[in-house]
Design a protein around this ligand. Sequence first.
Ligand SMILES: C[S@@+](CC[C@H](N)C(=O)[O-])C[C@H]1O[C@@H](n2cnc3c(N)ncnc32)[C@H](O)[C@@H]1O
Length: 453
Amino acid sequence: MVDNTWELDIEFIGSGGDGVAHKYDGEVVYVPRAMGGEKVICQLEHGKVKIKEIINPSSDRRNAPCPYFGKCGGCSLQHLDEGYYRQWKEQLFKDTLSKKNITADVVEPMFFIGENTRRRVSLSYVINTKDKRGFLGFCEEKSNNVVSINDCLLLTSGLRGFLPELKEMLPLLIVEERVNPKLKNKKKVKQPRNFSYIKTGSIVINEADNGMDILIEASYEPDVNIRQDLTSFAYEHKISRISWQLPSWRKPEIVIELEKPYVDFGGIKAYLSPASFLQPSKEGEQKICAEILDFLDDGDKRILDLYCGLGSFSFPLLDGGKRIVHGVDYADNMTANLQKSANTQIVNNISVETRNLYENPLEPDEMKDFDVIVFDPPRSGSLAQIEKIAEATVKASRFPKKIIGISCSPTTFARDAAVLVEAGYKISKILPIDQFIYSTHMELVAEFVWNKE
Ligand SMILES: C[S@@+](CC[C@H](N)C(=O)[O-])C[C@H]1O[C@@H](n2cnc3c(N)ncnc32)[C@H](O)[C@@H]1O
């Protein structure tokens, strides 16, 4: 070792995506973008471990297809060749579940979604108000520094093609007269260099079926000039909607809406709220829907869709009016839009409820009229509601015999699944989906059937 430089033998890629090695003194070191079997020279720079040289690269290594890989913190696994990446990710999924006592025999082969599919993106922007030059990008690995990017191969071709236009929008986000006037007048306060000249924020884009739905998140309000410029920009570039959000505002404000943005869910136009949740890719959403529909049979008429969002599963589940669906979500903007989508397109058989399922889960009696429960919670899972389902199996006169869980966290899923298994359900199938490619995140769809009686 010289200073903070080590020669390391990488043992394997850990669950966080970094190569794992032991230093001469036994301390574990995590080396980003290193692979099992490689010998590398690393250095500690500003608290981060960086590879200086790969002495013997793995035969499963490839040149990352993205020129920003290594600088941009968005992807951590582009250096694995495709076959190795798939095998590694599938194994990571199985290992995560088996640590929680879910065995591999119910796990289907992973469904892989390729590049050019991500229809939702959150980019940071940085603008120098002096020369009106700005850039868009993602944060560096483990840092708030923004790496400028002009392209991202994960995004749909529509979004990739839109990035240069979006860059043109950046100078319009400057509030000229708000250049830190208070500090200017206070002689005693030393103004930090460039403080007033840099404006930052983020831009969230959902690619709707009828154009881009853009939300600008900033710490300053849009003045009249910004509003006018963004309106012209929306007309010129056929943007469906541009909204603005300040941290202190409860809800985003719509600056200009040329058309209400929508996406197609099972033949119904589902209207979006600004930056509303969508499955990251249409391909992923359709695969999840196909799995859910495949699990149901003719007798499954009444479906409870918990954490329904805008109705990505609720509408397809109706199956042209063959079923009745009740959707529940705590985001009132999403439930309102779901209801509006149903009302305006005269979709019957669907009802919606705004409810916090963590604080106020459905009681056993409220679930007794349903044949199937679909639940798709956030990463933190759905323990309170799952415990109520378990309670229903003991207390209620009737309870759903089929349950489908969708999750982007195998760990919290396994915790919740254990409660259902203990209550008497059996996991009949788990389908892993690689919706978050080149990262360690994974999606899954799991089917539970009642296993007692
Ligand atoms: C992973 S998203 C799924 C949305 C929808 N199923 C879809 O595929 O588009 C999770 C959803 O849970 C909702 N949610 C988060 N916490 C909640 C809570 N405590 N109670 C009810 N809904 C919640 C969010 O608003 C979001 O719509």
